[in-house]
Ligand binder design. Sequence first.
Ligand SMILES: Nc1ncnc2c1ncn2[C@@H]1O[C@H](COP(=O)(O)OP(=O)(O)OP(=O)(O)O)[C@@H](O)[C@H]1O
Length: 252
Amino acid sequence: MTTILSAQDVNIHYGDKHAVKNVNLNFARGTVNALIGPSGCGKTTFLRAINRMHDLTPGARVAGRIILDGQDVYDPGVDPVAMRRRVGMVFQKPNPFPTMSVFDNVVAGLKLAGVRDRRQLSEVAERSLRGAALWDEVKDRLHTPATGLSGGQQQRLCIARALAVDPEVLLMDEPTSALDPASTARIEDLMTDLKKVTTIVIVTHNMHQAARVSDTTSFFLVGDMVEHGATEQIFQSPKDERTEAYVTGRFG
Ligand SMILES: Nc1ncnc2c1ncn2[C@@H]1O[C@H](COP(=O)(O)OP(=O)(O)OP(=O)(O)O)[C@@H](O)[C@H]1O
């Protein structure tokens, strides 16, 4: 399998706080990769480093390399806005643009990139909404406000919005934690389909979810990445006793 994303000696500080400590990880193209660990252990901090979200966080410093398909995303020549089209992000709470219609939400990134052709926008909107398993539910209300959708639909809309620009990697930060079990199940099913078109890195508090959806799992603890491996191995025969204690529910 080819590596699409590689973190090399990544250290992240907030002021004096060393939130992520010398993390090395490789993710293969077309896989789902879970980051697990107790609250405050640096999962989200690491995830946000992948698409340079910390550029926008006062006091945050990222050191090391994040290599996306051969290119260091922190290279001074890289335009972070263009790079974020290659590395999409879905957040904990669905965050559709509240004043826009369903359609306009999906194509917002394309429009920002200068695409104006109506037919192209319509094609991409349909493909992305189908990709996010939302098309059938919204095809007759594309031009109604996105805020009229249910929470689960809004989250799939955010996934469609991310997919519309063909990201090579999709970052998901606890994408189902605000959703009911039925919506959660739909998004979990979706992740398996999305592997055909992108590579997913997902932060989740839900170990069952990590076990269900991911190919690899990385266990974080107070800023260290303690263990990384095939999900089955991490859950069934972890090498580190701290991983074992966590996945068997002895702390968390
Ligand atoms: N903007 C910030 N400024 C200062 N410290 C921060 C900031 N964001 C996070 N931290 C600290 O960095 C550490 C790692 O936080 P992070 O949110 O990455 O953990 P997490 O594993 O994602 O936790 P959770 O599962 O609760 O979301 C925590 O101690 C947190 O308090």
